[in-house]
Design a protein around this ligand. Structure first.
Ligand code: C2E
Ligand code: MG
Ligand code: MG
Length: 474
């Protein structure tokens, strides 16, 4: 296949023609999604064979005036002048299917998918370099959006990439310039109402960008590998802060630290945790790690070994954002974790969506029958709290009790021994009636009608209010 240089020549030529005859030219950047897996597991010779097969399939998909080139590695390019109004998008779909068809290597069948980014002359650029760059950006978007798909370049993608590049450049200085800090959000026990731990949440205060939220930079830190150094800092800072609170005479609590996939796969993880504990003097029982499902289910055999190793250190473990990743229930039982953490997206909708409520109750039942405790995050209202409490949730965390706090504010909260009010007394002699009507006069009339019969009458004007009342009253 042609290489990058020859592809460049053909592009220049195609653009000259397109200019003259007024048609468009499509440039597609193709990157295989899981080539490395085949290469690593089956060896380079099989990898080469696979690339040849894909190259031949690409050539078979396109027309006479088109060009397929190999950029290197598992990257290919297509150049397709739209001279006679062909159905270009359908052609690309065909490319996607052709690449994704199984390939026989030795006795085994392999399936490699690809991500395709497309830029079109003249809309997305008039220079070859620009078109290539924009097709490349669109290809990254296709990867981000879940791979095995086609994405067309859009101006907004450029803005996002630009922001990403800036975050990446600035994040490199964040640690040396002391721009990172931790906030702490209390975790509460639903039976006693007391604060029984806290989650350390990373904050980045940038001199010009202001407070940058973890959602904007954790992903970048992951991809660039910076998360390893940042994560090490978080672990040490959280252990040191916790020990400091204990030394100041506050009730000893467990601090939870979020762990990224990259850190989880780092062979030095256990020794770094031990170092963070011994340098700070914190006992292992006062440290907890929050892992995500996807991180653990990726390579289960190894993950179980890592989790067992961490568990053996004496620290607590929880599965964060439970229900949003892909969990294998068969594997779940193999992990010696302490907590399932119900994701906040479920908590947000559980009072208005019966199916979400069913998921929450099922996670509680599942967690408890597997011997885990269950904590719910993102609890913002009294009604959510009451519902979780009624269904046996063990712990909660959320804005309802407290937002993440600066260390001093957190210490103050502990000193005041603030907690949740005890649960409502459930022993109610009455039967309760919930009336929903948007007419105040109707509500008042019905209330008068039923009260003499001994009902406790609750009234709501909107469905949302009614759901909250349902959650608050048994
Ligand atoms: P997470 O671990 O699931 O943390 C919970 C997030 O929900 C936090 O967002 C927290 O501030 C927010 N939150 C807590 N209560 C409520 C509530 O009642 N309502 C709503 N709407 N949100 C609530 P934050 O601090 O922006 O962190 C976002 C994510 O970034 C975290 O999700 C975690 O995955 C990641 N992250 C934060 N710190 C670290 C860190 O030190 N290391 C790593 N690897 N990831 C971190
Ligand atoms: Mg977390
Ligand atoms: Mg979470």
């Amino acid at each position: 296949l042609p290489n990058r240089a020859l592809f460049g020549d053909r592009m220049a030529q195609a653009i000259t023609y397109a200019q003259r005859y007024g048609h468009s030219v499509w440039v597609a950047f193709i990157d295989l999604d899981n080539f490395k897996l085949v290469n690593d597991s089956e060896g380079h010779q099989s990898g080469d064979e696979l690339l040849c097969t894909i190259g031949a399939r690409l050539s078979a998909c396109i027309g006479d005036g088109d060009t397929v080139a190999r950029l290197g590695g598992d990257e290919f390019l297509l150049l397709m002048p739209d001279t006679d109004g062909r159905a270009m998008a359908i052609l690309l779909e065909r490319v996607l299917d052709a690449v994704g068809a199984p390939v026989a290597l030795g006795k085994q069948l392999f399936t490699v998918t690809c991500s395709i980014g497309v830029s079109v002359y003249p809309n997305d650029g008039i220079e070859p370099q620009q078109l290539l760059k924009h097709a490349d950006i669109a290809m990254y978007r296709a990867k981000e959006a879940g791979r095995n798909q086609i994405q067309f370049y859009e101006e907004a993608m450029h803005t996002r990439i630009a922001e990403r590049t800036m975050i990446e450049a600035e994040l490199r200085h964040a640690l040396p310039r002391n721009e990172l800090s931790l906030q702490y959000q209390p975790k509460l026990d639903l039976r006693s109402g007391a604060v029984i731990g806290m989650e350390a949440l990373l904050r980045w205060h940038h001199p010009t960008m202001g407070m940058v939220s973890p959602a904007r930079f954790i992903g970048v830190a992951e991809e660039t590998g910076m998360i390893v150094a940042i994560g090490r800092w978080v672990l040490r800072a959280a252990c040191a802060q916790n020990k400091k609170w204990q030394n100041a005479g506050l009730a000893p609590l467990r601090v939870a630290v979020n762990l990224s996939a990259r850190q989880f796969r780092d062979p030095a993880l256990a020794s770094e945790i031990l170092a963070a504990l011994s340098d700070s003097g914190l006992e292992a029982q006062y440290l907890e790690l929050e892992l995500t499902e996807s991180l653990m289910m990726h390579n289960v055999g190894e993950a179980v070994a890592v989790v067992e190793q961490l568990k053996a250190l004496g620290i607590a473990l929880s599965i964060d954002d439970f229900g949003t990743g892909y969990s294998s229930l068969a594997y779940l039982k193999q992990f010696p974790v302490d907590y399932l953490k119900i994701d906040q997206s479920f908590v947000r909708e559980m009072l208005t969506e019966p199916k979400v409520a069913a998921i929450v109750r099922s996670v509680l039942a599942l967690g408890h029958s597997l011997g885990f405790k269950v904590i719910a995050e993102g609890v913002e209202t009294e009604a959510q709290l009451a519902y979780l409490r009624r269904h046996g949730c063990d712990e909660i965390q959320g804005y309802y009790f407290s937002r993440p706090l600066m260390p001093d504010a957190f210490a103050e909260l502990l000193r005041q021994e603030r907690g949740l009010p005890p649960p409502h007394c459930e022993a109610r002699p009455h039967q309760t009636l919930l009336l929903l009507d948007d007419e105040p006069s109707t509500r008042a009339a019905l209330k008068r009608l039923f009260r003499p019969d001994g009902y406790q009458v609750l009234t709501a004007e909107t469905a949302a209010q009614a759901f909250d009342l349902l959650a608050l009253h048994p």
